[in-house]
Design a protein around this ligand. Structure first.
Ligand SMILES: C[S@@+](CC[C@H](N)C(=O)[O-])C[C@H]1O[C@@H](n2cnc3c(N)ncnc32)[C@H](O)[C@@H]1O
Length: 212
């Protein structure tokens, strides 16, 4: 197991093992087996406590969802939520996934969500941003050809950086707004924990949908 050990959380997570996929690299090319069907698979990198992914899974029973979250105690909350809601089309990976292409094959992921990714404000940490071109190259290796990436943030600097990365790597921006909740894009319908928090503080949410 690759869980980051936090007292008590590991044991609790083990009780929710039906919702956890350990050693995701072992499932490269055969994620459909995890779900037991051929439905399209959507991935959220940094799913936090799982509000977004569990709501999406409920809204789209015809899709499968994988939530990746590196913090064990945070992932525990996501798995507990999915379990309480009785959701069957979601699984979670407890890892800081730095090379998604080690865990997923080309075309295995139909769509990708990055919600309120850590901004890593220092320039020397830019490579850690989940919208850095290194990650964009990784996502290209796992998405279906028509697949897209949807990105939401409250952070102006991260948003500007990301739009620059999308553009400079030749990605096509198909939706973009600096105020998601005053724009008629579907992505405002299902919110994340951070989104609700920042909105309650009066912050506007930036959003982009991009394709390769
Ligand atoms: C700021 S939180 C946002 C949580 C959630 N998406 C939301 O909008 O409420 C970012 C989360 O991403 C996780 N994270 C960052 N990089 C990651 C990676 N490479 N793999 C998995 N989780 C990651 C962090 O542990 C953190 O919980």
């Amino acid at each position: 197991m690759r869980y980051r050990r936090v007292k008590g959380a590991t044991e609790k997570l083990e009780k929710l093992s039906g919702y956890i996929t350990t050693n995701p690299q072992d499932f490269k090319g055969r994620w459909k087996e995890v779900f037991g069907n051929d439905n399209d698979i959507y991935l959220e990198m940094g799913c936090g406590k799982g509000q977004f992914i569990t709501q999406m899974a409920k809204k789209h029973p015809e899709r499968n969802f994988i939530g990746v979250e590196g913090q064990e105690r945070v992932l525990l909350r996501a798995a507990q939520l999915a379990s309480t809601e009785g959701i069957t089309n979601v699984t979670f990976v407890c890892e800081f996934l730095r090379e998604p292409s080690l865990a997923f094959d080309k075309g295995e992921v139909a769509g990708l969500f990055l919600n309120f990714s850590d901004p890593w404000p220092k320039a020397r940490h830019a490579k850690r941003r989940l919208t850095h071109r290194r990650y964009l190259g990784e996502y290209r290796k796992i998405l279906v050809d028509s697949g897209n990436l949807q990105f939401k943030t409250d952070n102006d600097d991260l948003f500007d950086f990301s739009v620059e990365e999308f553009t400079e790597t030749g990605m096509k921006i198909v939706e973009l707004t600096y105020d998601l909740h005053n724009t008629l894009f579907n992505s405002r319908e299902v919110t994340t924990e951070y989104e609700d928090k920042f909105r309650s503080w009066g912050k506007t949410i930036k959003y982009a949908k991009v394709e390769y």
